[in-house]
Ligand binder design. Sequence first.
Ligand SMILES: [Zn+2]
Length: 268
Amino acid sequence: MSKISERLKNARIDKGYCVICGEYGFLSKDHVPPRCATTIQPMFQKTVSEHYYAEEVRPVNARWGAIFKTICKNCNNVVLGSLDNEIGKPIENFILQIKQYLEGKHYYGNIIPVPFNALLFLRAMVGHLLAATSVEVCKKGAISSDYYLPLREFVLGKNSDIGLTHDFYYWFYPNKTQITAQLTTFYNEGHACLCCCMHFFPIAFLITFKGEGTYPVHSSKLELEDKNLYFNMTQRNLDYVSFPFVPLRGNQMTLITSDFTSASYPQK
Ligand SMILES: [Zn+2]
């Protein structure tokens, strides 16, 4: 019998430290990618390295989609719950426009603009991405490093200066496999970039330290004063849509912390 995915041990926890606010208590289940922007369907789930490099590992049966039990009820229902529409509406609009684009509607420069509220969209995306982590964090206490603390406080509405410490990139993601990853380092020509990401149809989303970023050429940088998301629909960079999990060339490396990654794909 083949080995079952390491993701399984992440499903069995009741109480712990919330990875967003840091409070100890009962943990609640959050869908990542968020329920408001995806169709809930039975998925198979593995870690990213199992998904790409260990086909023989049996996936976890995620009947209700990819779920992470890592945040408290308040962060789930009040903080993130109140922001659901901020992701749901732009994603719905983008999917509609992709359809029009494929049917031949002209878009200047092949760029699809999608209206959104940058601040609220970003808080929601960062919040759900933070929830997609390992239960080990819930056992030990939320991470307060230079990378995580500003992001956690930004989600809680206590830090409006997130643009001073972090950069955010996004691009069109055409695949059905949903990927979340934290504590991943992409090494390119002597430069190491710590990043976390959340990819689900139709968007890929990447967080890096400010000015340290390595990102695909067709990505757009999210600025808090933006009125639209701008998706470059070029097909030239299809190899790079799953960045940082991409074919490596020359002096490149991807360092993965397995427990902090997840790849889910539909059972049908
Ligand atoms: Zn919390």
